[in-house]
Design a protein around this ligand. Structure first.
Ligand SMILES: Cc1cc2nc3c(=O)[nH]c(=O)nc-3n(C[C@H](O)[C@H](O)[C@H](O)COP(=O)(O)O)c2cc1C
Length: 361
């Protein structure tokens, strides 16, 4: 299985893998796909600089990409202390009470992590600046097209620019703004996602734009890759599946929760970031759907509100409360395997499927 995406990106298989983990990203690129590092978690650009330097080594000259988050509607900016002032005390009380009810103990020592700031344009711009100092092949943006000057800068450095889209009109405006590749992200996907299912969305976007489209959302097997190609995509963009690989190095509670979850165990909710994102459904997400739960706050305040709780939920070691974005494909994530093995199986099954379909002619 090869498409023109392989030549465009300099990769062997038309499989792009998003991960917040540099270990996963390096393994995907080494195995012939394009690993794309999620940068949103890097509040400190120096930390990203160190990770990209590591990736330059570990990818052994194979291409890789980065993903930043610059929402089309810019979140409020300001020092963390000022942003924290905007969080109503009723929300803080609710979080504390919910943790108490869930039996989640306080941390041994207070966390000094303020929360995710990577979706502030100022912080995301620092990610772009760092990325441009490295041999990055592609820069992707979630939640809208990157600002025009970022696209220009990326192009001037010879990078391709991708953007995620959950609607055909969004895809059209991304391309009008200069985006080179559209990632059509269906409702099934993990993380921020829209309301249209991939089966409907992918051909709609393929027909709406004249640039390569990658299919995203719910892809976890070679049959699904073949289906995405049949819908007109030139390749796939996968996120959730890599959470189940050995390179992801997840805490045991998270690993157990992912392995046990079925495709019914996700929910699309604003409680992670303030914007709708598909998450693992569990006692923590259920706590937010009770009658006394407040509405989620806008980005970036919601994550500042829950980031301390996220640390406590993770540290609790309880698989029934871990806060985690994941898509419906989690139902098929039933064993932990190395990235290279997952990728080989994807390619083999996609090849077999394409051959089987060919015989129908
Ligand atoms: C844990 C996790 C974190 C994610 N974070 C981001 C992100 O920071 N930026 C982004 O563009 N997409 C993010 N996504 C979405 C992925 O890039 C990808 O579009 C999505 O996972 C595809 O659907 P799938 O989960 O069904 O494979 C995230 C997905 C997951 C599972």
């Amino acid at each position: 299985m090869r498409t023109d995406l392989c030549d465009l990106l300099g990769i062997e298989h038309p499989i792009v893998g998003f991960s917040p983990s540099e270990h996963v990203v390096a393994a995907i690129s080494r195995a012939g796909g394009l690993g794309v590092l999620g940068c949103v978690r890097f509040n400190d650009p120096d930390e990203l600089e160190a990770v990209l330097t590591w990736l330059d080594e570990e990818t052994g000259g194979k291409p890789y990409g980065v993903d930043v988050v610059m929402p089309g509607r810019e979140p409020a900016e300001g020092p963390v202390a000022d942003l924290n002032q905007l969080i109503p005390s009723g929300h803080r009380d609710f979080v504390e009470q919910a943790l108490l009810r869930l039996g989640v103990p306080p941390l041994g020592s207070a966390s000094d992590r303020p929360g995710v700031l990577g979706w502030l344009h100022s912080v995301a711009r620092s990610h772009v600046e760092v990325a441009l100092r490295h041999p990055v092949r592609l820069i992707a943006n979630a939640l809208g097209p990157p600002p025009p000057d970022v696209i220009e800068q990326a192009h001037a450095h010879g990078l391709l620019v991708a953007a995620l889209a959950g609607r055909a009109d969004h895809a059209r405006s991304h391309v009008a703004g200069g985006v080179d590749i559209v990632v059509a992200q269906g409702y099934e996907a993990g993380g921020h996602t829209g309301e249209i299912a991939g089966m409907v969305l992918i051909p709609e976007i393929v027909d709406a734009v004249d640039v390569p489209v990658l299919a995203a959302g719910g892809i976890g097997s070679g049959r699904q890759i073949a289906a995405a190609l049949a819908l007109g995509a030139r390749g796939v963009w996968m996120g959730s599946v890599w959470l189940g690989t050995s390179e992801y190095r997840s805490a045991p509670a998270l690993r157990d929760a992912l392995l046990q979850a079925t495709s019914s165990d996700t929910v699309r909710s604003r409680i992670y970031s303030g914007k709708p994102a598909r998450l693992l459904r569990n006692r923590w997400t259920e706590a937010w759907s009770t009658e006394d739960a407040p509405a989620a706050l806008p980005m970036p305040l919601q994550n500042l509100l829950v980031s301390g709780a996220h640390d406590r939920l993770m540290a609790s070691g309880d698989p029934t409360v871990v806060p985690m974005p994941v898509g419906q494909i989690v139902g098929r994530m039933n064993e932990v395997r190395p990235v290279a093995e997952v990728l080989t199986d994807l390619v083999t099954e996609a090849d077999e499927t394409l051959a089987r379909l060919h015989k129908l002619l």
